[in-house]
Design a protein around this ligand. Structure first.
Ligand code: SAH
Length: 389
C-alpha cells in the first residue's frame, strides 16, 4: 500500500462511522510518510474512508474533514466549507456585530476557531494539519467576510501538543486594540489582542439576554470579566456589582458601563470566593446573582477539586439570595458534563438549605454548534434558578 495515505484500525474507522472526526495515535496502524497536511485515509482492509488533517506529533493524529475519497482539498474546498459555516450565522446579524463564525469540529472545520468582532476577525489555528492550509483559509475568509483585518490568536496552549509555536500575529490588515461590540442593544469594548481567549466571551450572548430580562433589585455579577452580564443586568436592576480578579478586565467593565450611560454599575476587584464569604459575614443579600466562572476543570484529574469549587461558589451564592431572588449559574468546563453540573447544583441547594426552583436551562447558541456525536464540541451549560423561600 502506498505511504501517502494513513492506514487506520477498524476501531478508528468505526469512530468516524459513528460521527466523530478524531482518530488517535493508537488507532493509526500505518502513518503517512509525509509531513503535516491533508491525507487520504483507509482502514486496514483497504476501504477508503476519506480525507483527514494529519498531525504527526499529536495524540489526535487524524481529524476527518471529508468523507469523500475523491474530494480535492484545495482553496475552493475551504471556501465552500467556510461559506456553509457563515451561512449558519445569518440570523444573528440583526442582533449583534460579534459572533463565532467557525466553531471547529462543530462546523466540520476541525481545530479552527474564527470570531468576528464588527469589521475584524480573530482566528485560531489549533492543529499542525490545519496550519498547512493557513493561506487557503485566509484567502477564503477575506473574500467571504470582507473583513478589514484579522489577527491570529495562536497563543492557545493546545498548540504545544501539536508541536506548533505559540504567538499572536496579524494575518492581514490592522486589528484595533479595542473593538466596540453591539450585543442585543448593549455595547461593550472587546480586546482581541490582549483580552482573554479571543477577546470576549461570545458564547453567553443569549444567556445575558435571558438573565437581563428578569433581573431586579440588587444584582451581583461574579466572574464578570469586562462586565458583559453586568451591562445586561444594569438595564433592569437598581444596582449591579461586577466582581472579577482581573484589574484590566474590570477597567474595561467600568468603561463599558460608561459607554452605555449606566451609572448603577460598581466594579470590585476581588476573589469571588472571598467576596461571597465576606458578603455573607456582613449579612448582605442580593436579588439577582450571576455566577459565570472560568473552566475550573481543565482536565479529568482536576474534576473532583473543580466540582468542590463549583459547589462552594454556588452554595454561597444561593445563601445570599433574597426570597424570590434569581441565580444564573454556568459552567464552561467540558469535563463537568451536564449531569454532573446538575448534580453539583442539587448538592449546593441542599447545602445552602434553600428551596431552589428551576426556571430554565441554557446551552450553546447558534454560533457555537454542539454536535451530539462529538461531545468535545459541547462545553457550556447554565441554569436559571429561583429561590422559592
Ligand atoms: N462572565 C464573563 C466571562 C467570565 S470568564 C462574560 O460573560 O464575559 C471568567 C472570569 O473569571 C475572568 O474574567 C477571570 O479574570 C475571572 N476569575 C478567575 N478566577 C477568579 C476568582 N477566583 N475570582 C474572581 N474572578 C476570577
Amino acid at each position: 500500500m502506498s505511504r501517502d495515505a494513513a492506514i487506520v484500525s477498524l476501531r478508528g474507522a468505526k469512530r468516524w462511522q459513528q460521527g466523530h472526526p478524531w482518530i488517535f495515535r493508537s488507532d493509526v496502524s500505518q502513518p503517512p510518510l509525509g509531513a503535516a497536511g491533508a491525507v487520504r485515509v483507509r482502514d486496514v482492509r483497504g476501504h477508503a474512508l476519506g480525507w483527514a488533517l494529519w498531525s504527526p506529533g499529536s495524540e489526535i493524529s487524524l481529524r476527518l474533514i471529508d468523507g469523500d475519497p475523491d474530494a480535492v482539498i484545495d482553496g475552493a474546498w475551504w471556501h465552500a466549507r467556510l461559506d456553509q459555516a457563515l451561512a449558519r450565522r445569518a440570523p444573528l446579524a440583526s442582533q449583534t456585530n460579534a459572533c463565532r463564525l467557525v466553531h471547529g469540529e462543530g462546523d466540520g472545520l476541525p481545530s479552527l476557531v474564527v470570531d468576528r468582532f464588527d469589521r475584524w476577525l480573530v482566528v485560531q489555528l489549533l492543529s499542525a494539519g490545519l496550519e498547512t492550509f493557513r493561506a487557503e483559509i485566509v484567502d477564503a475568509l477575506r473574500s467571504l467576510t470582507g473583513a478589514e483585518g484579522a489577527l491570529a490568536r495562536n497563543d492557545a496552549a493546545v498548540r504545544d501538543r501539536e508541536g506548533l509555536p505559540r504567538g499572536v500575529e496579524p494575518l492581514w490588515g490592522t486589528v484595533p486594540d479595542e473593538i466596540e461590540v453591539l450585543e442585543h442593544g448593549v455595547r461593550y469594548l472587546a480586546a482581541p489582542r490582549t483580552g482573554q481567549k479571543t477577546g470576549a466571551f461570545l458564547d453567553q450572548r443569549e444567556a445575558r439576554v435571558l438573565v437581563g430580562g428578569v433581573a431586579h433589585g440588587r444584582a451581583l455579577d461574579l466572574f464578570s470579566y469586562h462586565g458583559s452580564f453586568a451591562l445586561h443586568l444594569a438595564r433592569r436592576a437598581d444596582a449591579v456589582t461586577a466582581v472579577d480578579s482581573s484589574g484590566p478586565a474590570l477597567a474595561r467593565a467600568a468603561q463599558n458601563a460608561t459607554l452605555n450611560g449606566f451609572t448603577n454599575v460598581t466594579c470590585a476587584e476581588a476573589d469571588a470566593f472571598e467576596f461571597l464569604r465576606e458578603a455573607l459575614r456582613n449579612g448582605e443579600r442580593y436579588d439577582t446573582i450571576v455566577v459565570d466562572p472560568p473552566a475550573f476543570a481543565k482536565n479529568r484529574p482536576s474534576l473532583p477539586a473543580a466540582v468542590r469549587a463549583y459547589r462552594d461558589i454556588n452554595l454561597h451564592a444561593m445563601k445570599l439570595l433574597t426570597p424570590g431572588g434569581l441565580l444564573y449559574s454556568a459552567s464552561c468546563s467540558y469535563h463537568l458534563t451536564k449531569p454532573l453540573f446538575w448534580e453539583m447544583l442539587q448538592d449546593a441547594a441542599a447545602g445552602a438549605g434553600r428551596r431552589m426552583v428551576l426556571r430554565s436551562l441554557t446551552g450553546q447558541p447558534l454560533d457555537h454548534p454542539e454536535v451530539l456525536t462529538i461531545p468535545e464540541t459541547g462545553y457550556l451549560k447554565g441554569a436559571l434558578l429561583e429561590a422559592a423561600d
